[in-house]
Design a protein around this ligand. Structure first.
Ligand code: DX5
Ligand code: ZN
Length: 221
């Protein structure tokens, strides 16, 4: 069985008690904190910046923090999030003037680097940078909001990217983001995803452990 990781998206967490809510979801069995950064420019929504990431680290969150930058431009925020304690930093190719330079910047700052492809986006941006990637994040909703429906046309793309990763020989995690739940996680895993972002499927449930166990039991089938 693949090394599956569950990454709750804090976009659906309780912002008024974020440190506590993140600690609770990690205690409930989550592996990675998915940290959605929105600038109301690249996407029509606004969330939080590097100070919130640092606040979680200062609160005692030790788990990997997977910073998903839905911002443009990206480079200045890459530096700030690396300083604030990010583990992974992923960004949308269309938001960076110089893809390879932005990826190099993430690696030089000691973080793991990833690219995010929107649902209708082709694999083309991956072509010349596979050697610099630690993660490929496939959006299964249009970025900007939690609680949206999974877009099924992404399913064949998952299989294509899995093939690309396996053929590359590089150690790259394949992450899915948007509309993931116990109803579809097994089908998504069978196509080759190993890292699952889930916001509303976890934070909107009364019992985080039950919600995460439900996802894991589907993955174990
Ligand atoms: C959307 C974000 C996703 C979202 C996932 O732009 O990137 O991470 O919060 O939320 P759910 O799992 O509720 O679709
Ligand atoms: Zn995200």
């Amino acid at each position: 069985m693949a090394d599956y990781k569950i990454a709750p998206s804090i976009l659906s967490a309780d912002f008024a008690r974020l440190g506590e809510d993140v600690s609770n979801v990690l205690a409930a069995g989550a592996d990675i904190v998915h940290f959605d950064v929105m600038d109301n420019h690249y996407v029509p929504n606004l969330t939080f910046g590097p100070m919130m990431c640092k606040a979680l680290r200062d609160y005692g969150v030790m788990a990997p923090i997977d910073v998903h930058l839905m911002v443009s431009p990206v480079d200045s925020l890459i530096t700030e999030f690396a300083k604030a304690g990010a583990t992974y930093i992923t960004f949308h190719p269309g938001a960076s003037e110089h893809l390879d330079r932005s990826l190099q910047l993430i690696k030089e700052l000691g973080c793991k680097a990833g690219l995010v492809l929107n649902p209708a986006e082709s694999l083309e941006p991956l072509q010349y940078v596979m050697d610099k990637l630690d993660m490929i994040l496939l959006m299964s909703v249009n970025p900007g909001f939690g609680g949206q429906k999974f877009i099924p046309s992404v399913l064949p793309k998952i299989a294509e990217v899995r093939q690309l990763i396996d053929a590359s020989g590089f150690d790259i995690r394949l992450e899915i983001d948007g509309g993931v739940s116990a109803d579809n996680i097994r089908e998504i895993a069978e196509l080759g995803v190993d890292t699952f972002v889930a916001g509303s499927a976890i934070f909107n449930k009364p019992d985080y452990k039950q919600a995460i166990d439900a996802l894991r039991s589907e993955l174990a089938k």
